[in-house]
Ligand binder design. Sequence first.
Ligand code: M6P
Ligand code: ZN
Length: 192
Amino acid sequence: MPEFFAPPIAPFAIQFDAQTATLSPEGPTLTRRMSDLEGLFLDHEAWAASAAGDNPVVYTVVSSPVPETDRELPQSITTIHAGATGGELWMTKGHQHPDHQGEIYLALHGRGGLLMFDGERTEWLDMLPGTIGYIPPGWAHRSVNVGDEPYSFLAVYPGVAGHDYGWVLEHGMGLRAYRGADGGFDLRPYNG
Ligand code: M6P
Ligand code: ZN
């Protein structure tokens, strides 16, 4: 059998619990604290004070055991805690896929938003449990917790996709999400 057709890993089942936002078996877990989010919040002083203070966990990413390699379809569950820094709602770093691969997100728990930016156009999708957000090729993506409890979502993406974080630092995301009045949120221009 040519190398191209060799199955990379054997079929297997993953137990998935939307309520507890867990996968079993699970692969590595990534924990992002405030200090890992340098240069992302508009209010740098508020970010620096938080990172130098209690340096809270902003989000975690639990992966399935599927490897991030070509032709595989890895999954992960991200849980973003509720909070705001300088009024800006807690969020993921956000990234672009270097080779412009697509991705899907399925909201599991809490209230979130999926912010996408292709360098010119910005899109915001409200993400409530059961919403599938489609991220087309070439759109950088960031998730935001707009509620007052943890927001969790499942991601499924090509193993070859990769994470270009520098793209977001260079180009921004078009908009930022801030805590609003009466439990709502406001979207404002990226540069304030
Ligand atoms: C989703 C997927 C992951 C990503 C994670 C956190 O689970 O898109 O690939 O790592 O969100 O987002 P970020 O990498 O931007 O911090
Ligand atoms: Zn992605």
